[in-house]
Design a binder for this molecule. Structure first.
Ligand code: ATR
Length: 274
């Protein structure tokens, strides 16, 4: 049976094995998918051992996405843009690195009925998660994309780097205080602030009527970002659980050439964490 794994540290609470088991069952694909703890500093060895055991591909999570990118022999354009990989494919030509996080986000936004074409989008954060989202977001042709970060220089650098991809989109970077007076249709939190129950300081009026506040984080309880977004008047809110399922589906498609139906898996996962 073809074997796949997710590597991370920690990894015990990963939902990927459950998601991929459901995808496999649903599509009739014979595969086994497991969670593997890789030691810090030992990612390459852990992947080599899995390949030697017959592994066909892997997902990669914190803190190994940069290692996965560095390890690869070939990289997809979206992995290159992100500078990080969450998906590896092993074949006779070596290791292919891909990044399905950004596409996962865009598909989740579509599932939520959020139209990015022509929208004013605000992306909070300038780390790996934000970088991974940029190319797929720009491909949806928003009218503007503003990157805001605690350290403004990082947001400015990202905006500059992705300028050629932006074309018709007004792409800009700033610090949080540069957002005063701005109004957005979609606000995406790609900072890790929710992990420490913190929130990026956003000004009043940031949410346009009908706007969506989206947190890439998720959990049983509402994240601090979503609670703050409600208080600032966001009409719609969502956490990142759907993104998790959608990025997994894109990895599954890369490995197996079959696209699973994400809807029942999204629903089951939502019920499981409730
Ligand atoms: P990830 O891979 O999750 O993006 P990262 O690359 O370490 O992780 O980036 C973390 C992001 O969250 C950064 O944009 C960081 O801002 P800085 O560049 O200024 O460090 C942002 N971040 C982390 N904690 C934050 C907080 N409490 N408030 C606002 N932004 C925060």
């Amino acid at each position: 049976m073809d074997r796949y794994a997710v590597f991370g540290n920690p990894i015990a609470h990963s939902k990927s094995p459950v998601i991929h088991a459901r995808f496999a069952e649903q599509t009739g694909q014979a595969l086994r998918y497991e969670a593997r703890l890789a030691p810090l500093g030992g990612f390459a060895e852990a992947v080599a051992a899995f390949r030697a055991e017959g592994g066909r591909g892997a997902n990669v999570t914190v803190p190994f996405k940069l290692d996965a990118f560095a390890l690869a022999d070939r990289r997809s354009a979206r992995a290159e843009a992100a500078g990080a990989a969450n998906t590896l494919l092993f074949d006779e030509r070596g290791i292919l690195a891909d990044n399905t996080d950004g596409v996962g986000l865009v598909r989740d936004l579509a599932q939520l009925g959020c139209v990015l074409d022509g929208a004013r989008v605000l992306l909070l954060g300038a780390g790996g998660a934000a970088r991974g989202a940029l190319l797929p977001l720009l491909a949806e042709a928003p009218s503007s994309l503003t990157i805001a970060n605690r350290t403004p220089e990082k947001a400015l650098a990202l905006a500059q780097q992705f300028q050629p991809e932006g074309r018709a989109c007004a792409l800009a970077g700033c610090g949080f205080d540069g957002l005063a007076g701005g109004t957005f249709d979609v606000v995406i939190n790609a900072t890790s602030s929710s992990l420490s129950d913190d929130v990026p300081p956003l000004p009043q009026g940031i949410y346009a009527p009908g706007a969506l506040a989206y947190d890439m984080m998720y959990g049983r309880d509402e994240t601090s970002f979503i609670a703050a977004a409600r208080a600032l008047g966001a009409a719609r809110v969502s956490d990142g659980l759907g993104m998790l399922v959608e990025q997994a589906a894109e990895s599954f498609f890369l490995w197996r050439g079959v696209r699973p139906d994400t809807l029942p898996v999204r629903a089951a996962l939502r019920e499981a964490i409730a």
